[in-house]
Write a protein that binds this ligand. Structure first.
Ligand code: SF4
Ligand code: SF4
Length: 720
């Protein structure tokens, strides 16, 4: 459940118009720029290579540490292997004391944030200067990074000018080139007087003892070259075996991070070296090199878990943040800890920064799956966040949530509750198909959208009354898995699925033993109830009896397909779950594959735009079939909307738990729909249907209809 503090943080972020503009603009333009940067590069192959080399390093981490240490020391470097943040800082403080370091210049290092480097050394009286422009700005602001790669993305040039004016006591104009000059002037002096430079590594190569830093600012190189002492701080996840293994990371990191083919600087340092201290006299001095390898219990906990260890494949490119709809609205100060941000930041924060913070922010994720698509390390971020929810629910069960999910799992109780609700809603429904306002704690359901009425008669009672007119010879029998929304809200849609399938020669059955698919329980981390629901549906659906199972809800389809995961492989229940999973298809895919594609229709003009639901396009990978069916329907003109595959903000219970985030995402979707001039929004998910239809109704836009593809086919083919 959302905590009050987090809710307040969300509201404050949403009220911050600068944040909305800066983040919104960046996230809007990023996908196209990234695509350009990848021209001629096979992204899938590149990220598979990254996963391979990083996984290899993770599997051999102790060897990597040993090899790196040996090779770095062979070249005059000193390596300290720290087993905790405290151990790392104690060693660093001793080094600073021993060398008489009074002033430090630092280039971005997230590991140093984890160990509170700046605070501890500043308290010791050492001057620590952040030199990356963004880090410098947020240090002046007294803030933490809003984004992994662009830490000051939340500020505009006017705000930066004010911060610089306060700091330099000289009026700074809000002109970016002038602001860069100010930062340079401040930094130059610090660079020339610094006793130590501190850097973070993008990659550490074990075979040679080399550390790499990729930056777009020259300060990174000055940190590494001007002071007499250079210290690198990095975690054990940064290792790769060889230079060759580092190559795919260099290919993906700039393209994913800032949509560049290459960063302005790639610096590599291998051990200590002699540097010319006086050119005229040709005198040389030793430049000292130190590396602190952070190998704390949090990192070891990541490695110990066979799924979470994929976190080590992260190259910290930040692409997952740039495409995240929740991040685009609230930024990394809300969706993050003080160090790491976004979905991957939630995972990293759990192990490396604060479990409590991670437990809160993991719920900000909509589970839309966009981050997975662009991830440079090919990490299933969405699935790992789900695992984190399971872990939290198991370790700190939420009684209210558990009670609600127990009630949904009790099929008879849940169905009785829905029947009661269909009567109790009357005063709010006022004989209209949508409810515009609900009172008190239910008000979140109607924030920015209307809420559909619960059907007076559930589909399970209507089913026996539906005549099935099968076209030609019957080809087989399909069981309909309705899911809660078709069974209790969109009963006409369930009927349309039946008539569509009848029209291509299939009889449809409705097994009465079916219950909720378990997706709500699973998405809230309640695996116990999700497994119970899987069992009820395996028994209830009796998949063995049917040729196929059809669902008109991609979330239900996805959930049914995941049932084998709840049972021990090879067990009787697992075998039955597998039969059910293999026979289950989403409506569009099944209808298309069974020969439903036909040039037919009433020919009446209908301008249609299509919204891709997250589960259908990303989990089930169905994007073409529904478009082909619509295009073949006479009279239909299909126009694509901008960001057609962006989430609508529904996310199951998300729209109730976080209406503040869900509502603006929906508003954007509606704007994109309106811009197409379409009369109908087609989609294939009853959850999205509820969200978008509700959003249009709340805005009085009832001239734009929202229909499931099954409804359009039934209507245009004259089947109803
Ligand atoms: S699944 Fe969607 S909301 Fe969650 S972190 Fe990924 S992009 Fe963000
Ligand atoms: S999780 Fe993936 S996309 Fe996000 S920063 Fe790491 S590598 Fe990049």
């Amino acid at each position: 459940m959302a905590s009050n503090e987090l809710k307040q943080e969300i509201r404050a972020a949403l009220d911050n118009s600068t944040l909305a503009r800066t983040l919104g603009n960046f996230c809007k333009t990023y996908p196209a720029k990234r695509e350009n940067a990848y021209a001629g590069i096979d992204f899938e192959a590149t990220r598979d290579q990254i996963r391979e080399v990083k996984s290899y390093a993770a599997d051999h981490v102790d060897e990597m540490i040993e090899e790196f240490t040996e090779n770095c020391q062979k070249r005059g470097g000193v390596v300290f292997h720290a087993h905790s943040a405290d151990e790392a800082m104690e060693w660093i403080r001793n080094l600073v004391k021993e060398k008489g370091v009074k002033s430090i210049v630092k280039s971005k290092s997230m590991a140093s944030e984890e160990i509170h480097f700046n605070k501890i050394l500043s308290d010791d009286g050492v001057l620590v200067q952040e030199t990356d422009l963004g880090e410098f700005i947020i240090a002046l602001e007294g803030n933490t990074p809003v984004h992994m790669v662009m830490p000051a993305l939340h500020l505009n040039k006017e705000q930066v000018a004010d911060l610089f004016t306060d700091y330099t006591k000289v009026k700074n104009e809000p002109i970016i080139s002038e602001e860069v000059k100010t930062a340079r002037r401040v930094m130059r002096d610090r660079f020339t007087h610094a006793d130590m430079g501190v850097s973070g590594a993008n990659v550490a190569v074990a075979e040679t003892g080399t550390v790499f830093t990729m930056t777009n600012e020259g300060n990174g190189r000055m940190v590494g070259t001007l002071p007499k002492i250079h210290l690198y701080i990095f975690g054990i996840e940064k290792f790769v075996k060889s230079f060759k293994d580092a190559a795919p990371i260099f290919k993906a990191l700039p393209r994913n991070g800032t949509a560049q083919r290459i960063t302005s600087y790639i610096s590599m340092y291998t051990g200590a070296c002699d540097v010319v201290s006086d050119k005229d006299a040709d005198t040389k001095e030793k430049k000292e090199f130190y590396a602190v390898i952070l190998d704390d219990p949090g990192r070891r906990a990541i490695l110990e878990d066979k799924e979470f260890r994929q976190i080590f494949d992260c190259i910290r490119c930040g692409a997952c943040l740039d495409v995240c709809p929740a991040f685009a609205l609230v930024g990394g100060h809300v969706y993050g800890s003080k160090v790491y941000t976004g979905g991957i930041g939630t995972l990293l924060s759990h192990f490396l920064v604060s479990e409590e913070r991670a437990e809160q922010i993991q719920n900000v994720c909509l589970q839309c799956g966009r981050c997975k698509e662009v991830c440079g390390g090919h990490i299933p971020i969405t699935d790992l966040i789900m695992r984190l929810r399971e872990k939290s629910q198991a370790e700190h069960p939420n009684a209210v949530k558990k009670f609600a999910l127990d009630a949904v799992t009790d099929r008879k109780l849940f169905h009785s509750m829905l029947r009661i609700a269909s009567v109790a809603q009357a005063p709010f429904a006022k004989d209209k198909p949508m409810i515009r306002h609900l009172p008190m704690f239910l008000s979140g359901l109607t924030e920015g959208r209307s809420f559909p009425n619960i059907a007076k008669v559930p589909f399970r009672d209507l089913f026996p009354l539906i005549p099935q007119r099968i076209e030609g010879e019957q080809k087989g029998t399909i069981a309909l898995f309705a899911g809660c929304l078709l069974d209790f809200v969109y009963t006409d849609l369930a009927r349309d699925v039946i008539v569509d399938l009848n029209s291509i020669g299939y009889r449809v059955d409705f097994p009465m033993g079916q219950a909720c698919c378990g997706s709500p329980a699973h998405s809230m981390g309640d695996i116990e109830n999700a497994a119970k629901e899987a069992e009820i549906n395996i028994e209830g659906m009796e998949a063995e009896k049917y040729d196929y199972i059809v669902s008109a809800c991609p979330s239900c389809t996805h959930q049914l397909k995941s049932y084998p995961n709840y049972f021990e492989e090879g067990s009787e229940m697992w075998k039955r779950a597998k039969v059910l999973a293999d026979k289950t298809f989403d409506f569009c895919k099944l209808f298309y594959d069974l020969g439903g594609l036909k040039e037919t229709g009433d020919g009446k003009e209908m301008k249609v735009t299509y919204h891709d639901s997250c589960h259908l396009c990303r989990s089930l990978r169905v994007t073409e079939e529904q478009r082909a069916l619509l295009k073949a329907t006479k009279g239909v003109e299909l126009v694509e909307m901008e960001d057609h595959d962006n989430c609508c903000g529904f996310g199951g219970s998300y729209s109730v738990l976080y209406p503040e985030i869900s509502a603006p995402i929906l508003a954007k979707k509606i704007e994109n729909i309106r811009n197409t001039g379409a009369d109908v929004v087609a989609l294939d998910c009853p959850g999205c249907l509820m969200q978008i239809r509700g959003g249009l109704d709340a805005r009085g836009l009832d001239n734009i209809k929202v229909k499931h593809t099954a409804e359009i086919l039934a209507e245009k083919r004259g089947l109803i």
